[in-house]
Design a protein. Structure first.
Length: 615
């Protein structure tokens, strides 16, 4: 009870470690505060009464992190997913008391898609993705095309029919996609936030798919509202494939140019490189939410299936702590590593056990209306949708940089022995992954954890225990994922070359970022990096300064401090008249309006001060 009282007091006093855990949840609103309050209760109860005792203690002291305790295991919720929107729109679905029929226009299709996204997001706690949305919606744009042609044949001169139909369809597509953008950004799910949704697109080459791709990018470039603010959601992921849009001779090369412009102005889209991603995953698909990937999977007929699959949750290992405790002794490190992996295993097995206790009635949109593809009847086991390796459970890790720094010093990235050590850690995790997958028939995946709050939490706990260790705990944050030290000047090409080996082992969740100054004047520089990355990394993000001051009109990179952001031209710090957008996790965020916690703020600060333009 004492722990609960302390946690609730933290909400009341607006303790940043409690209310700012997620940069895209506005803790000033009643709906978010209600969700945070419920989360505090759920987390406290789970740690005291639900989690296995060893797992609970390991989480509390910082050996591991059992993610999303404010939702799971108090409720047997799933994490993130690829929505089977194609089947739902094609065959109809049920939400609440409504039996929704298949749409007969792109406007109706996007309206239904928003409702699907909202309901899915309210029935799980992680991100969701609608993949290949351009090809999906082109089916319904054909109804618009047929309708306008029918009208034109009655009232338009024959020689003008094609132009008339093209103009009307183009307007319908643009309006529908604009409505989709605005509706997603004005939605609030049951957990008090805009849905964490990703749209994958870029491979459709028919004219309607092209129109949809162009509209997605033009509307994002245009921005939201009278101030043309950068839309945070949906996350845009643009697929690049040779023969489709890679080079000037490809049919969709013009759309790649539009995507480059959009990235320089709005930081999205991120890009998926077709061949590299297939090499890593076995087939091609967008991530579930921000970075969680599914392996290739075939159904009983031998057909590859991705939409309708999901992730069951993440538990992350504190690698720097194991290294610190080893005191530079490799034998001690590996002994400690294997002990912690045993705890991680117990935690993940409990996640699986708990989520299998859900019933179809708990989340009708997922289990009965087709978001997870197969429709279960009341009382059926949900296990059928997760077993046979159809779902993933994630083995997270954080702090590869700091773990290697303990043994090899802070500039180890150019030391082959040090890099081999970091890869050996992932190889050991891979051995466990394959063993545990074989034992459970659920796919254990290695996940490069991006957590915006965990970079702070683990480091803070280790600072309290071990004190200030240079380049490890003294920075105020741990480096997330496998990324190159954010404090160092490095070209995008060097960063890609350094990081490209890691996703071969950590294929369950990854992304590469490259840092740039403002590049509106030099799209060819960004394209050079995209092209260089094509056959090297599967998933690439663009970190670029896109801050704006409405008082003086400045656009670029605001001065970053540990407490906020300042316009370098006029000194404006007013959150109401500046638009600051940073990548605070796998997603973008508005850290001025909803501040991230201190450690993550320090990492962002270090990152934006070391951007180097590609030559």
């Amino acid at each position: 009870m004492k722990q609960l009282e302390v946690a609730l007091q933290g909400l009341i006093t607006k303790d940043p470690t409690v209310v700012n855990e997620n940069a895209n949840k506005d803790s000033n609103t009643f709906s978010t505060m209600r969700d945070l309050t419920a989360g505090v209760v759920s987390k406290t109860y789970a740690l005291q009464h639900l989690l296995p005792r060893r797992v609970a203690e390991a989480h509390k002291n910082g050996d591991i992190h059992f993610h999303d305790l404010d939702y799971h295991p108090f409720q047997p919720l799933t994490n993130c997913c690829l929505i089977d929107a194609d089947s739902m729109l094609q065959h109809g679905f049920e939400i609440g008391n409504a039996n929704v029929t298949s749409p007969k226009s792109i406007q109706t299709a996007t309206a239904q898609l928003v409702q699907i996204i909202a309901n899915v997001s309210s029935s799980q706690y992680g991100g969701c993705t609608v993949d290949r949305v351009d090809e999906l919606l082109s089916t319904y744009a054909r109804y618009n095309e047929a309708h306008h042609r029918e009208v034109a044949e009655q009232f338009v001169k024959p020689e003008a029919i094609d132009d008339y139909v093209d103009q009307q369809v183009s307007k319908d597509v643009y309006d529908a996609i604009e409505s989709l953008e605005y509706e997603i950004n004005t939605l609030y799910t049951s957990n008090g936030q805009t849905p964490f949704v990703t749209l994958g697109f870029g491979l459709g080459t028919d004219e309607l798919s092209r129109k949809i791709q162009q509209s997605i990018l033009k509307i994002r470039i245009k921005g939201l509202g009278k101030n043309r603010m950068t839309a945070i959601f949906p996350k845009l992921v643009f697929s690049i494939k040779k023969g489709v849009n890679f080079s000037e001779s490809d049919p969709n090369y013009d759309i790649k140019q539009l995507a480059l412009e959009c990235s320089t102005k709005r930081m999205y889209p991120d890009v998926l490189n077709y061949e590299a991603l297939v090499n890593i995953l076995g087939d091609f698909k967008a991530p579930m939410g921000c970075r969680s990937f599914l392996p290739a999977w075939q159904d009983a007929k031998g057909d590859f299936e991705n939409n309708g699959r999901c992730n069951l949750g993440v538990v992350t290992l504190n690698l720097p702590r194991i290294a610190i405790e080893s005191k530079g002794n490799k034998v001690a490190f590996w002994n400690g590593f294997h002990e912690r992996m045993d705890v991680l295993h117990e935690a993940l097995l409990y996640r699986i056990e708990r989520v299998l206790q859900a019933t179809p009635e708990n989340a009708p949109i997922l289990y009965q209306s087709g978001a997870y593809k197969y429709k279960l009847q009341e009382g059926e086991s949900v296990a059928a949708l997760f077993q046979h390796r159809r779902a993933t459970i994630s083995m997270g890790y954080i702090g590869l940089y700091e773990a290697a720094t303990v043994f090899y010093g802070p500039n180890w990235e150019t030391n082959p022995e040090a890099k081999a050590f970091t890869l050996d850690i992932l190889k050991e995790m891979k051995d466990y992954q394959l063993k545990w997958t074989e034992e459970t028939d659920i796919w254990f995946s290695i996940y490069s954890t991006p957590s915006e709050s965990l970079t702070d939490r683990f480091c803070r706990l280790d600072y309290e225990r071990f004190g200030a260790i240079p380049d490890v705990t003294d920075k105020g944050y741990y480096q997330n994922s496998f990324h190159y030290d954010v404090r160092k000047d490095v070209t995008p090409f060097e960063k890609i070359d350094f990081e490209k080996a890691y996703p071969q082992y950590a294929s369950g969740g990854f992304i590469h970022y490259c840092e740039y100054p403002k590049l509106n004047h030099n799209l060819k520089a960004l394209e050079a990096v995209w092209d260089y990355a094509y056959d090297k990394v599967g998933y690439l993000g663009t970190n670029i300064p896109i801050d704006r001051c409405y008082d003086c009109g400045y656009e670029g990179d605001f001065e970053t401090t540990e407490t906020g952001y300042t316009c370098p031209h006029c000194g404006n710090q007013d959150p109401k008249t500046i638009d600051v957008v940073k990548r605070t996790c796998g997603y973008l965020g508005n850290p001025v309006q909803r501040p991230v916690i201190e450690g993550r703020q320090k990492e962002i600060c270090a990152r934006v001060k070391h951007m180097k333009e590609p030559k």
